[in-house]
Design a protein around this ligand. Sequence first.
Ligand SMILES: N[C@@H](CCC(=O)N[C@@H](CS)C(=O)NCC(=O)O)C(=O)O
Length: 342
Amino acid sequence: MGRDDGTGEGNSAYGRTAFTRSKSHFADRITADGRDGWPVEAGRYRLVVSRACPWASRAVISRRLLGLEDALSLAVADPVQDDRSWRFTLDPDGRDPVLGIRFLSEAYDRRETGYPGGVSVPAVVDVPSGKLVTNDYQQITLDLATEWSALHREGAPDLYPSALREEIDEVAAAVYEDVNNGVYRAGFATGQAEYEAACAGVFRRLEWLAARLERQRYLVGDTITEADIRLFTTLVRFDAVYHGHFKCNRWKLTENQVLWAYARDLFQTPGFGDTVDFDHIKRHYYQVHTGINPTRIVPLGPDLAGWHAPHGRERLGGRPFGDGTPPGPVPPREAVPSAGRA
Ligand SMILES: N[C@@H](CCC(=O)N[C@@H](CS)C(=O)NCC(=O)O)C(=O)O
């Protein structure tokens, strides 16, 4: 595949020294007032994701929880990129049926001719013009939660409640640095000391999170928020890819009683586990990062049956959806194939 540099980066910044993650290049926002030229509008935009990608999976979960499936359509890329990056090889004729393109890079090119940076998911594309609007993974979910409210389903939860924003931002920043991105810094370290610092940071922060979650069901307040979505997307990948492939192996998620129960609780909540494709996750990491897995062999484990075991966290109280309700079933066209389900 010729992608031996880690590739999880917008501009291939899996550098020779310390791993650094680039800022998203296209940061226009789709807003209720359309101030960047992109007003919220049902049916106008397409969310392009890989189910393998933790940053894209945040948006897939938020979209489900908020009931935006009909308003914002979804394109799922092949989990294994080629040297032209994300491609629509899962679709008939290898073309996204709505955008009519074979590679996500075509939407980037329509937005900026000769764009020299990398192509990344999540990406939101304007369907009429075929242009990329944003690949700003940090902002996309916040905007789905706040700017898209006119199109939310009835009973949609408030994933970014005004009164808790400061605390959510603070927890999310720590989770980003040490956990979401910490596993990548460990996995793509090119020196022993760099790896050890990143790996130790991952587990220090996970222990801090476990202490916090021992007495409260969710990370901030007593309902599911943006903070939980961001932690979940790393935890659900932990044993399948980060423990082995990224060498974050002090312990497995299943060995930490609190975090394992917390992750199972979310996994079993409609909108979380029903978006997860373990087949895409494993094939992407093990087959694409040939620098750290040159044989491209995908391991058979871990056993995924435990994700459905009772978690017992109801005893901590909490109201998963606050005054709202859980989302309905996954639309059949978006169901995760059985090969990827736990
Ligand atoms: N680094 C991205 C954040 C999202 C991201 O890293 N996505 C990964 C997938 S997990 C990606 O699309 N990488 C480009 C590639 O693998 O070709 C950005 O700067 O916007």
